[in-house]
Write a protein that binds this ligand. Structure first.
Ligand SMILES: O=P(O)(O)OC[C@H]1O[C@H](O[C@H]2O[C@H](CO)[C@@H](O)[C@H](O)[C@H]2O)[C@H](O)[C@@H](O)[C@@H]1O
Length: 307
């Protein structure tokens, strides 16, 4: 075990996604509407926000965007290990450019300091540990501080249990622990899942969520990226009808944010899922990969700059 330094066919745009495209919440909550997901072969990706940029821009209905960006798999390609997932300079440049044109925040599962260092653009709002740890120029909020000792105990147990498992990575964040299986040999993966489940079962104050080749433990609180985005909008004074929140993400936990924006009053919000293959999603638009996400953001910056 290694340690990681903390380091359209299916729905109309702007409307809630039909049940066939929804996914179980990344936060693990039960949703009875989601019990009969179609086979993956029957899914199709929502329309491309880049290929259909004019239609996307029209869906803003004259409002100023507020951008909420996920990091891994959205602006940085997935890499073998977390510290290797660098954001390309071109993406950083477009984020910097956009931040002069509209509010920009990053919302990630990474630890707050790690996320801030990886993005390295000053003046943005950053939300780490899946939105439990929020920081911006005039903003600081932490959710679940009382749960840190529970996470400490779980961290110790996980390291004990996974010590002999080659390739298993335990990545401690302040308000979450990621257990990576990307480097674990296929036959060993079930034993990692079993170990994580056992630790989660022993600690009911924590709950287990999933992601790309990882399991996570986090405080068992009604808090997730969606709630964090809504809290950020309130804190930043972005709740008015002049703002259109846009969330870009690629993974299970980002679905919480897509749903929160879809369910939101005041004109809702827009979800864009980065996906190479069609996947069940509550997002109404899609982009193929981080390179296309950066290209989309560049197009959006050009469009905003033109007024
Ligand atoms: O919310 P995100 O910014 O998408 O973060 C989700 C998790 O991303 C990282 O893990 C993922 O990316 C790694 C690097 O590409 C990859 O090796 C791993 O398999 C992916 O699951 C990060 O390490 C986690 O802490 C985040 O929770």
């Amino acid at each position: 075990m290694q340690a990681v330094p903390s380091s359209r066919p299916l729905h109309s745009r702007g409307a809630p996604a039909p049940a066939s495209h929804r996914v179980p919440t990344g936060s693990g909550a039960e949703d009875p509407a989601l019990t009969s997901l179609p086979q993956s072969g029957s899914l199709s990706a929502p329309p491309s926000a880049l290929a259909e940029f004019d239609a996307f821009a029209a869906s803003l209905r004259g409002r100023t965007p507020a951008l909420f960006l996920d990091y891994d798999g959205t602006l940085a390609d997935i890499a073998p290990r977390p510290e290797l997932a660098a954001m390309p300079d071109e993406a950083r440049a477009v984020v910097r450019r956009l931040s002069a044109l509209c509010p920009v925040a990053f919302v990630s599962g990474r630890d707050l300091d790690d996320l801030t260092a990886m993005v390295a653009v000053d003046g943005l709002v950053y939300a780490g540990s899946h939105g439990f740890d929020l920081r911006g120029p005039d903003l600081r909020r932490q959710v679940g501080v009382d749960y840190v000792p529970d996470l400490d105990a779980a961290d110790r147990r996980l390291r004990d249990r996974l010590d002999g498992v080659a390739g298993a990575l335990v990545e401690r964040k302040r308000f979450a622990i990621a257990i990576h299986t990307r480097q674990v040999a296929q036959p060993e993966k079930p034993s990692v899942a079993e170990a994580v489940r056992a630790v989660a079962d022993a600690q009911p104050r924590l709950r287990m969520t999933g992601g790309k080749e990882l399991f996570e433990l986090r405080p068992n609180l009604p808090w997730d990226k969606g709630r964090a985005v809504l809290a950020l909008m309130e804190a930043l004074g972005l709740e008015g009808s002049g703002t259109m929140p846009i969330y870009l993400g690629d993974d299970e936990t980002d679905e919480d944010a897509f749903r929160a924006l879809t369910a939101r009053g005041e004109g809702g919000g827009i979800g864009i899922r980065v996906m190479e293959e069609p996947a069940a999603t509550a997002a109404t638009w899609s982009l193929r990969d981080p390179a296309e996400a950066a290209a989309f953001l560049g197009r959006l910056a050009d469009w905003l700059a033109q007024g």
